[in-house]
Design a binder for this molecule. Structure first.
Ligand code: ATP
Length: 232
């Protein structure tokens, strides 16, 4: 277990072949996601960060979500221009629930097939970490990768002690920042109310949301609009 403090230091040298994985619903992707990916990438010297949209997140059963193809399209728009960021279709291509343990194993197998020893870091917030015991086969996930845990404004205070008590074999790094109080829930609510989401979401994603009529009051409340709101 390690801790990276919020002191501003020079970036770590890039570790060839190292990969960060940020899974999520990205409904929509926002600056909170982008900032944690960039922070972990620099702090750990990751060569790449994969953004992995989940079509059917197991921890959000029955929650209405924008269609997976719209969420994935917004991810691609948001990361355009950062050569270290990539969108991964690994969960979109797989039927059934999107379990992180399966995703990481698929990515590890891909690395081995390419002749590389997998060097995988799964990025998640303290809020997500607090639910780790309820995840599908967390031990299998923890065997296949290390964790990079970032704070999430006021949600979940679980730290290295909490993790090692429950999962002694876990390899993890805890970061102090960035701590941006942005959420997909708040973005959707703002759009529905006609409020601005400028500077909370990349401009290209704002344009996509407007062009596709996502998150309007009608889209959020309508179950008769399956094209725009799919159920997981
Ligand atoms: P929603 O509000 O719809 O539940 P969300 O903003 O939490 O969405 P997800 O796609 O579910 O977004 O999040 C993916 C991962 O990114 C999770 O580990 C989540 O905790 C983390 N995350 C999202 N926003 C932030 C943020 N502002 N700061 C730190 N971590 C974040």
């Amino acid at each position: 277990m390690g801790r990276v403090t919020g002191e501003i230091e020079a970036p770590r040298a890039i570790v060839a072949g190292s990969i960060g994985i940020l899974g999520g619903t990205f409904d929509p992707i926002h600056v909170g996601h982008l900032a944690i990916a960039e922070e972990v990438r620099e702090a750990l010297g990751l060569a790449r960060v994969l953004f992995v949209p989940a079509p059917r997140p197991p921890h959000k059963p029955g929650v209405p979500l924008a269609p997976a193809e719209d969420r994935a399209a917004m991810v691609r728009l948001a990361i355009r221009g950062n050569p270290a960021f990539e969108a991964s279709p690994v969960e979109l291509d797989r039927p059934g629930p999107s379990f992180a343990a399966d995703t990481v194993e698929v990515l590890a197998a891909h690395e081995r097939a390419e002749g590389r020893e997998p060097d995988l870091t799964f990025i998640l917030s303290t809020e997500a970490l607090a639910g780790l015991e309820t995840w599908h086969d967390p031990e299998r996930l923890l065997d296949a990768c290390r964790l990079a845990v970032v704070p999430r404004a006021g949600r979940g205070a679980e730290g290295p002690g909490w993790l090692s008590e429950r999962f002694p074999r876990a390899r993890a790094v805890f970061l102090d920042g960035p701590d941006l109080a942005v959420s997909g829930t708040a973005i959707r609510r703002r759009v529905a109310l006609g409020r601005s989401i400028r500077y909370l979401v990349p401009d290209a994603v704002i344009a996509y949301i407007a062009d596709h009529g996502l998150y309007t009051e009608a889209a959020l409340s309508s179950t008769a609009s399956p094209r725009r709101i799919a159920r997981s």
